[in-house]
Design a protein around this ligand. Structure first.
Ligand code: CUA
Length: 155
């Protein structure tokens, strides 16, 4: 088979570009210790209920108006399902999944996490307005996805 000179040049150019692209992609994907957007904290999904702090879900006071809210995600809900939060509190939400990928979003705040099994994810927000807030799942996770929520009462 005879290839025209320009065909050869373009084939080589295409091949070299593809290899260069894959090398750049591989280096960027793995070289800097990249990982899913979460803490480096890991947890075994099946052991979440036995692993601190998720063995005792709920609010933990950490300082003056500072709290941790440890809230495992699962199909289809969060624990606890309802939580009272003092007005003005800075709350660090900490979650992980006991099964599949879920979302953890609180409309009206900056909290919007993807919850990946095996990883612990955190987000911090300050509640300056009293009222009811919802934690909702924004990753499709199965038959009960649309019912997956928890209530936060800030007062
Ligand atoms: Cu959990 Cu959708």
């Amino acid at each position: 088979m005879h290839l025209h000179k320009f065909e050869k040049i373009w084939l080589i150019f295409g091949g070299v570009t593809l290899v260069a692209f894959i090398i750049v992609l591989a280096i960027n994907a793995f070289s800097h210790g990249h990982h899913p957007p979460s803490d480096l904290n890991r947890v075994v999904p099946a052991m979440v209920d036995q692993t601190a702090p998720f063995d005792q879900p709920g609010l933990v006071k950490k300082g003056e108006n500072k709290y941790d809210l440890n809230m495992p995600s699962f199909a289809f809900g969060y624990a606890p399902a309802e939580q009272v939060i003092p007005l003005g509190a800075e709350v660090t939400f900490r979650t992980t999944s006991k099964d599949v990928i879920h979302g953890f979003a609180i409309p009206g705040t900056n909290v919007n996490m993807m919850v990946v099994p095996g990883h612990v994810n955190t987000a911090t927000t300050t509640f300056t307005k009293a009222g009811e807030y919802m934690v909702i799942c924004n990753e499709y996770c199965g038959a009960g996805h649309h019912m997956m929520m928890a209530k936060l009462v800030v007062k």
